[in-house]
Design a protein around this ligand. Structure first.
Ligand code: ADP
Ligand code: MG
Length: 356
């Protein structure tokens, strides 16, 4: 188990210091596929470098199974890193690259050979063992980089945007491959990405970061269905934000609220987890929880501003009365609002499951 506790990292600057990490605490369980997700510059790489030992934090602590990692130099930590750039040796073969770290650790030749064979098998590169890494594809290089990082059998593997250099199709394949490798080796993975879809599909749990701090930690579904704040709702998946008036929180901790929408209609919505005052609020509504109806039947009403065709579905951009932009998706099936055009008045129905 990795425990990162109140870690700060301040980089001194010529005129002003820069806080890259402003008190980050996360606990990663044994055997977990844990993802750090956030926009570029939010501190993901810095946090990985602190865990790996390439960067020393300004304050805070990092423990692995109770052992103080900060007191150990990088090469003594049972942690390994896969970088975005792979950093393979081009003049060495696939097998030599995989064995390199083990030889540096002075492991016996026989053991190195055995481990390299196992790793080649694990990443399905046995046939490529004697190729130079300059002579294999990007996806294959990525497999070699993974095999090399896994070879010393670290307790924790840190992966810093390892798939971002691959094209879409290959990235999808490697996502599954990484999940398989993690399950087969039982090694804890701390995976960094700025791609929310990648985080949702791969992770046991996600820590959503912004500007040097962790905004929410939880399993993908929890983060998607119950974003703790606007930033998280906006960054993960697509969300429509519409203004409303909070009339009351219903019952005691029942999780519902009564609101008045811009159409004047009252509705029941999921209440936020924290306290909130009656008055103006913002509702966050996923596109899949809304669908178009005749104007008279809509909870929200507005005007079609744009219609974008996507093959399997069509996205309708609606400016709801009150001025908020709302994007809906409709599957391209016969009779599914195909007739709607820019400028038409429409209604929006909102709820879970129904209509779609
Ligand atoms: P991410 O990986 O999420 O894109 P980084 O951890 O690389 O973000 O960087 C976080 C912030 O810290 C960035 O604004 C970056 O410019 C800054 N930063 C990172 N390393 C240094 C450094 N060595 N000196 C000064 N600023 C740094
Ligand atoms: Mg980074």
């Amino acid at each position: 188990m990795i425990e990162v506790d109140s870690v700060t990292k301040i980089f001194p600057g010529p005129s002003m210091d820069f806080t890259a990490l402003g008190g980050v605490s996360i606990t990663v369980k044994d055997n977990e596929f844990f993802t750090l997700l956030g926009p570029s510059g939010c501190g993901k790489t810095t946090l990985l470098r602190v865990i790996a030992g390439f960067e020393y934090p300004t304050s805070g602590s990092v423990h692995l199974d109770g052992m103080d990692l900060l007191s150990l130099p990088p090469y003594r930590r049972p942690v390994n890193t896969v970088f975005q750039s792979y950093a393979l040796f081009p003049h060495m073969t696939v097998a030599e690259n995989i064995g390199f770290g083990l030889e540096m650790l002075n492991r016996p030749k026989k053991e190195v050979r055995k481990t390299v064979d196992e790793m080649l098998d694990l990443v399905r590169m046995t046939e490529m063992a004697d190729r130079k890494t300059s002579e294999i594809s990007g996806g294959q290089q990525q497999r070699v980089a993974l095999a090399r990082a896994l070879a010393p059998r670290p307790k924790v593997l840190l992966l810093d945007e390892p798939l971002s250099a691959l094209d879409y199709k290959l990235r999808k394949d490697m996502q599954l491959e990484l999940k398989r490798l993690q399950a087969e080796t039982g090694i804890t993975f701390i995976f960094v990405t700025h791609d929310q879809e990648e985080a949702l599909t791969m992770s046991d749990r996600i820590a959503v970061m912004n500007a040097g701090s962790v905004r929410q930690i939880g399993p993908p579904r929890e983060i998607y269905d119950h974003p703790a704040e606007r930033f998280v709702a906006d960054f993960i998946g697509e969300t429509n934000f519409v203004g409303a008036e909070l009339l009351e929180i219903e019952g005691e901790g029942e999780g519902f609220a009564r609101v008045r929408l811009s159409s004047g209609i009252e509705a029941h919505v999921q209440a936020p987890s924290g306290p909130v005052a009656n008055g103006p609020v913002t509702l966050a509504i996923r596109p899949e929880h809304a669908w178009l109806v005749e104007e008279a039947q809509g909870l929200l009403k507005g005007k079609v501003e744009n219609v974008v065709y996507f093959g399997t579905d069509t996205h309708f951009h609606v400016i709801v009365d009150g001025g908020d932009l709302f994007v809906l998706r409709h599957q391209n099936q016969p009779g599914q609002m195909q007739h709607l055009a820019v400028g038409d008045r429409v209604g929006l129905q909102i709820g879970r499951g129904a209509g779609q």
